[in-house]
Design a binder for this molecule. Structure first.
Ligand SMILES: [Zn+2]
Length: 130
């Protein structure tokens, strides 16, 4: 998968940047993982499951990290955007659901073919001032 190779490249790039600059205030692997999640979310929107596979951790771990990631990016003036989970069968969007976990069933058509929520980071954009 080309996409997976790209992910590996991004992750290793982040590791190098952290090593070279020494500016990462992380002292354990957990913090490093959050930096990796943030960097990946800046590249494109991700499902929690995709992040889990890319980073080699469980989806549950990703979901718990995402809470802290959100706090962290918002402290830097960025925004974490959560695209709603959607029903693949009827298109129902779980717009009101703000939890990071995946719903199990569509309330409208009872389908279990649901697309999980996607996460992305929107940075501050200079030059787009109104
Ligand atoms: Zn449905």
């Amino acid at each position: 998968m080309r996409d997976h190779k790209h992910v590996v490249a991004v992750v290793s790039e982040i590791k190098q940047v952290c090593g070279v600059q020494g500016g990462c205030t992380m002292e354990n692997g957990e913090a490093t993982l959050r930096q990796q999640i943030i960097a990946l979310l800046r590249v494109r929107p991700w499902e929690a499951g995709g992040l889990a596979r890319a980073l080699g951790i469980s989806q549950r771990q990703v979901e718990s990290h995402l809470t802290h990631v959100r706090t962290s990016v918002e402290a830097h003036g960025e925004r974490m955007v959560i695209g709603p989970a959607q029903c693949r069968d009827c298109g129902f969007a779980f717009a009101e659901r703000t939890r990071t976990t995946k719903p199990s069933r569509c309330p409208q058509c009872k389908s279990e073919q649901l697309a999980p929520p996607v996460f992305a980071i929107q940075g501050r954009r200079s030059g787009t001032s109104a």
